[in-house]
Write a protein that binds this ligand. Structure first.
Ligand code: HEM
Length: 548
């Protein structure tokens, strides 16, 4: 508790004293119990009001004895949690210490200051690992995979995966799997939606995009297509188990550690759900691993496959032994978690923003049509059929305005809205915040996009132009635009994610106008990823090329 908190608590005790003195007068108290209760309530209310006002003015939010800042947090949870954090961060100059009740694991420092971000993600990287708290919480789902790992276990996976992500085979695999999914699955599903009903049936675009990226990342990690985006949008047991296991794991972060551990031991509540779903995830993963090993043994070298499972199955650990099935499972599950919904939710927010900014949509379509026109010109007058219109990697690369529009959507709606580290030795942030060993640090990407001090007075406006110089996309410092993290743990899939988002968005926008259904409620869901709470209900109409 700070000096200010202590001072306010002492004042409060003094203010409450007259009520206490009344109760000490024996018989009078028993004669007038109602009056005393009313007095007490009035005194407490006055204390609450004064305390709250004073602390809100001086510190952004009040701290209470025993329960700390929990009441403010609960009030924040009733509305938009991310906006609440942003408000507090602004009031406190970019960083604040959250004090939860003594019995919870909710004590942490929250920051949105780029100087602090650079310090923790790069300059003092070694002092800010994911840490044992995060690892223990996610271990049942993620095992020793890259997301929760630190030190050598992380370094080895990062190095191997990084080599793979930059290889020509991997680029070819990602490009071909995307063409297959977008043209054989996504576009037919959207065409069905457009054709059914009078003005087209409403479809949940977020759900469709989540299916697209889930299938896509499974093809990259496991080399298999689970088929979530098949016609009729079937429910796939592995996808459902994965989603529910992730949600049950997330609940652990807001449950005291001792409580979820006890629930796990007893097999009750969300821990029971987690156990059931993990069994589903493992069944799928171990089955694919077994079949891949058989395939590789038969083919001797496993020619033609460049998915992560194949690459890691052929590798050896530092003692020259093949990786265990458990480790292979962990690697694949972590990549699926990393890549399954980050790009799809970003695309969902992007399409929603386009609906509110038709001028931006018009510029994107103009850019796409310029590329299509260049293709037609190169075909020397020959008519280019719509089916042939599969954007090529070099064309996707030329979509600079689209790149800027997606970056701008991620600035305002980062797929990972807040992230977490744990400090392993005493540290001091560049802004002067003192961090004791073991402190949890939350960095608030969502809030960073809404800081006038970082982006200027128009920070809440959707303006792709802020990313362009002379029509060319210019990247920003990773400590200012933190959607992909920064430093040694920069997102490994960043280039692929941009390619995937640009390819899917341009393929849709070239063919359809996307209309968000009138009155559809849009709000972020409280989760590790920035889903739209109610999905994104849209209708589609064919783009009339004559009006371009
Ligand atoms: C718009 C899309 C994406 C966004 C905004 C995004 C964002 C992020 C962020 C914030 C992190 C840091 C997470 C943490 O350490 O807690 C991260 C890490 C990572 N991302 Fe992405 N990501 C995206 C797409 C992808 C895709 C498609 C893949 C893979 C197919 C991927 C693979 C990874 C991996 C492997 C890591 C862990 C890196 C490490 O710890 O060394 N990401 N990403």
């Amino acid at each position: 508790m700070s000096a200010m908190d202590t001072a306010v608590s002492q004042n409060a005790t003094v203010a409450a004293a007259p009520a206490g003195a009344g109760s000490g007068s024996g018989g009078l108290a028993s004669l007038l119990p109602e009056v005393q209760t009313v007095e007490l309530l009035v005194a407490v209310s006055i204390f609450v009001a004064i305390h709250s006002l004073r602390q809100r003015r001086t510190q952004g939010l009040p701290t209470w004895p025993l329960v700390g800042m929990l009441p403010s947090l609960l009030l924040g949870l009733r509305g938009d949690m991310y906006e609440w954090i942003t408000g507090v961060l602004k009031a406190r100059g970019g960083t604040f210490t959250f004090r939860g009740p003594w019995f919870t694991n909710l004590q942490c420092v929250v920051t949105a200051d780029p100087r602090n971000l650079e310090h923790l993600l790069k300059t003092r990287f070694g002092s800010f690992p994911k840490g044992p708290y995060f690892r223990d919480t996610v271990r049942d789902l993620l095992g020793d995979g890259i997301f929760g790992a630190d030190d050598e276990v992380w370094r080895r996976q990062r190095k191997a995966a990084s080599l793979e992500f930059h290889s020509a085979e991997f680029r070819a695999l990602t490009a071909s799997s995307l063409v297959e999914l977008v043209h054989r699955r996504l576009l037919p599903v959207l065409a069905d939606a457009e054709a059914s009903g009078g003005g087209g049936a409403a479809v949940d675009l977020q759900d469709v995009l989540l299916r697209l990226t889930f299938d896509n990342v499974c093809m990259i990690a496991f080399g298999v297509d689970p088929g979530c985006l098949r016609p009729g949008l079937p429910e796939i047991p592995f996808a459902r188990a994965f989603e529910d296991a992730t949600e049950a794991t997330t609940i652990r972060f807001i449950t005291p550690t001792a409580v979820w551990r006890a629930m796990r031991a007893l097999g009750v509540g969300h821990e029971r759900v987690l156990q059931r779903c993990l069994a589903g995830v493992d069944e799928f993963a171990y089955d694919v691993i077994r079949r891949r090993k058989e395939e590789l043994a038969a083919e001797a070298a496993g020619r033609g496959r460049s998915d992560l499972l194949t690459v890691f199955t052929k590798m050896r650990d530092e003692d020259g032994r093949p990786y265990t099935d458990k480790f292979l499972r962990d690697i694949c599950v972590n990549f699926i978690l990393a890549g399954r919904d980050t790009s799809s939710v970003a695309l969902a927010w992007f399409f929603w923003l386009l609906g509110r900014n038709p001028g931006v949509e018009a510029k994107i379509v103009e850019e796409i049509e310029g590329i299509v026109a260049a293709r037609k010109e190169a075909a020397a007058g020959r008519e280019v059929e719509e089916e042939e219109l599969v954007f090529r990697p070099e064309e996707v690369k030329r979509m600079e305005y689209l790149h800027a529009a997606l970056s701008e959507a991620l600035r305002l709606y980062p797929s990972v809205p807040v992230d977490h580290k744990e400090v392993v030795e005493d540290e001091v942030f560049p802004d002067g915040t003192v961090l004791k060993k073991g402190t949890k640090v939350i960095y608030a990407m969502y809030s960073m996009g809404r800081m006038e001090s970082i982006w200027g007075d128009d920070c809440r406006e959707y303006k792709p132009e802020r990313w362009l110089r002379d029509g060319r996309f210019m990247s920003e410092s990773a400590y200012k635009f933190t959607a992909f993290n920064g430093g040694p743990r920069l997102c490994l899939g960043k280039d692929f994610a941009y390619y995937q988002m640009k390819f899917a968005a341009s393929s849709i926008l070239h063919r359809y106008r996307v209309h968000v259904v009138d009155g559809h409620p849009v709000a972020p869901k409280l989760a590790l990823t920035m889903y739209m709470k109610h999905g994104l209900k849209v209708t589609l109409t064919k783009r009339d090329k004559t009006k371009l």
